[in-house]
Each structure stands twice: as C-alpha cells, then as structure tokens.
Design a binder for this molecule. Structure first.
Ligand code: ADP
Length: 384
C-alpha cells in the first residue's frame, strides 16, 4: 500500500504537546494545522499553518475542522458539539467526540469504569460544597477523601485531599466526585496506541513521582521498578480501557498500584501526555509520532525502550512571574545523557511547565541521579 501525506491534519491546541507533535510530524512530512488563541503559543512557530481562534467555541472549531481531513486534540477542554458535527459530516475525528465527552468529566469517566468493571477507587457524586459537607458531617463520607471537580481540572488543580472536619472549609463549590483516598504504593502510567485497522500496542510501564507541593509529576522513570507480572497486568488493563472506549489514537492511562497489590485506573488522557515525553529520546517511536501514525491509520511503531530514562519536568521557580530566563542552561546541557526540551513559553509562572529534560543512562538509578543534578543546576526564573 502506498501512503501519501497530503492529508490535512488539524490540531485543537497549540501548547507544548502541539509543538512536539509538529516536530515529529516534520520527520514524516505530515502537515499539521493548529487552532489556538494567538501565534505566541509554542506550536505556532513550527506548524504548517496556524489558525487563530478559540477551540472551546463551536463556530471556530467547526470552521477549522471543515477545512481538515483528520482532526485531533492536544487538550481535552474543546468544543465537543462542533467535533460531533464534524464527525457527522464525515470528518475523521480522533479521539472520537463521544469518548472525549466522557473523559472531559471526571464523574462520567468514573461511572464509565464502574459500569464496565474496570477497577477504580470507590467514589460518590456531589452537586456542590454543601452536599459534601452534609455527607461528611453525618458520617456518610469518611475522612480522608479526595475531592475532584468534575470539569476543567488539570495538573492537580481541581483535586484536593480533605483530611478532616477543619479541611471542609477549603472544599470547592462545584459538581464533584469524592473518592476514597487510595493507599498508593506507586503511581504508574501506560500509553497505549490503536489505529482504525485495529492494530494495538502499548508502551512499557512508567513510574511517576510527584512534586510534594505542586502536585505535578516531578520524575518519570522508565522502565518502572515493578515485577514483570505487574507490568503485564498494567498493560493489559490499559488495553482493556482503550478497547472499552473504542478510541483511536493514543491513550495515556494513569494507574495506582496499591499497597495490597491491586492496580486501579485513576484517569485517562486521549492524547500525547506528560507520562510519555521520554519516548521522544528513549524509545524507538515517540508517543507523538505514534499518535500521528494511529490517527492516520498508518502502521504503529515499535514501543520498546532504546535505553533506561528519567524525565523531569522543568517548572517555573516559585515567586517568579514574568519574561522567562533559563539560569544555568549551559551547565545543564553538559549533564551526561541530558536531552533538554524547552517549550518556548515567553512568560514563566510558579510551577508552570516550561520544558522537560530526559536523562538517558544504562539504568534508571544513574539517570535519576543525573536528573537530580540537572534540576539543581537549571532554574527557570523571570528576568525582573
Ligand atoms: P489531574 O487531572 O489534575 O492530574 P488526578 O486525578 O490525576 O488529577 O490527581 C492528581 C494526583 O492526586 C494523582 O496523581 C495522585 O497523586 C493524587 N490522587 C488522585 N486521586 C487519588 C486518590 N483517590 N487517592 C490518593 N491520591 C489520589
């Protein structure tokens, strides 16, 4: 079969994920068109065509999509109704809007798992703060629990642990789910890819370590330090999830390995994800190339690791807001095995994701040591 890459691929969102999709698309001469607010966004300088518009607006998404052959996303918070209309008009929209609509809402996502016997932590729905307070005060909801806003959370925003009665005052007043606090041994993630020809393949399991205060992934280690059996079970579960959603493209499945050895699905993202950034440098096929292969119904690439790796998010320093500068970048570039990716955001903010670095080494321990070194050397600050 001969492939031609003259299809127009449209992406809703022009952030760092869009930028990395553009970088990888260029290798195969796939032309990406990006819709986002303005051309200061990271992907704008690299894409084939940039279209200014609002990906949450029905008319903007519809007009953009009508001009494309295949439409995908790099952020979940997009206008679903327009995507549904584009699908109805015969456009290929991956992830499919029906599944994306469920994933956009943490409550609907949990219901989806529960209905299909996909293991996930117990939870309950609440309309607002008052309803949670009432359930907590009459003992129906047991401390500690995790409140998650159903909509619009990201990078730990919209998620909080409520430890006791005193903490009830910080409840978010919005439709939420409250989950049991899981006794987490490790946080794992599996990226799985599937194309419309029904080829499916998963990446090796990664292990995520979280920043203690920012609630963001700090180190991501691959391969995860788990048994072969846990790794196989985690991959099998991720494959079950993509099949249940019947999605094409890639799906990042975040998992909890509990202290009693169970594997629970926390949540999914139907797009390239932070937990797959290392694949740019440390795997045969990056998650970005894989996503493009999947949505264009091309053969999926080898997911094996080329080497062990640790990925570290490069976050804006606390108490620095404004035009960005990268203190120590030159020394950081000398750290052994470091592949640095700067997203090109002009403004830094506390804990904002400004870039990442993947450290390659013969094993995870060495890579982690070098990642710590790099993190110490490289500080992202504002110029004034
Ligand atoms: P986000 O969409 O913001 O990434 P998550 O649902 O992934 O939100 O939650 C962020 C983090 O909060 C998780 O990675 C985990 O560390 C912690 N967390 C979430 N749910 C639970 C839970 N039920 N029990 C314990 N910790 C949790």
């Amino acid at each position: 079969m001969a492939y031609s890459f003259d299809k127009k691929v449209g992406i809703l969102g022009g952030g760092q994920l869009g930028k990395m999709l553009c970088l990888e698309a260029a290798r195969l001469d796939i032309k990406l068109h990006i819709l986002d607010k303005d051309d200061s966004f990271p992907a704008a300088r690299l894409c084939h065509q940039f279209v200014a518009g609002d990906f949450t607006n029905y008319d903007d998404v519809l007009a953009f999509g009508l001009d494309m052959d295949v439409i995908t996303i790099e952020i979940e918070k997009v206008n679903i109704e327009a995507l549904k209309e584009l699908e109805r008009l015969g456009k290929k929209v991956y992830p499919q809007p029906g599944a994306l609509e469920i994933i956009q809402d943490k409550g609907k996502q949990k219901d989806f798992y529960k209905e299909r016997n996909i293991p996930t932590s117990p939870y309950r729905h609440f309309e607002n703060k008052e309803a949670i307070e009432e359930a907590a005060n009459n003992g129906e909801l047991v401390f500690p629990f995790v409140q998650k806003a159903c909509k619009d959370g990201y990078d730990g925003k919209g998620v909080q642990v409520i430890k006791n009665v005193d903490a009830l005052s910080k409840l978010m007043d919005t439709p939420s789910i409250c989950e049991d606090l899981v006794d987490i041994q490790k946080e794992l993630a599996v990226i799985v890819a599937r194309n419309p020809s029904d080829q499916m393949i998963s990446y090796p399991v990664v292990e995520m370590e979280f920043h203690p205060t920012a609630n963001l992934v700090e180190y991501l280690c691959c391969p995860a330090n788990i048994t072969g059996e846990v790794a196989r079970d985690a991959q099998k579960l991720a494959e079950q999830v993509i099949l249940e959603f019947d999605l094409y493209g890639i799906l990042a499945v975040e998992l909890f390995l509990t202290n009693s050895g169970d594997i629970l699905v926390n949540e999914v993202a139907p797009r390239p994800h932070n937990s797959g950034h290392h694949t740019l440098d440390a795997a045969y096929t990056s998650q970005f190339e894989q996503h493009l292969r999947a949505i264009l119904d091309l053969p999926l690439g080898n997911t094996a690791n080329l080497t062990a790796s640790v990925m570290v998010n490069l976050l804006g320093e606390e108490s620095h807001t404004g035009p960005v500068m990268y203190e120590g970048l030159d020394q950081a570039m000398n750290v052994h095995g470091a592949h640095i990716m700067l997203y090109g955001k002009t403004e830094t903010r506390p804990h904002r994701k400004m870039g990442h670095a993947t450290l390659l080494a013969e094993n995870v321990d060495i890579a982690r040591e070098n990642a710590q070194k790099l993190k110490h050397i490289l500080n992202i600050k504002s110029k004034h």
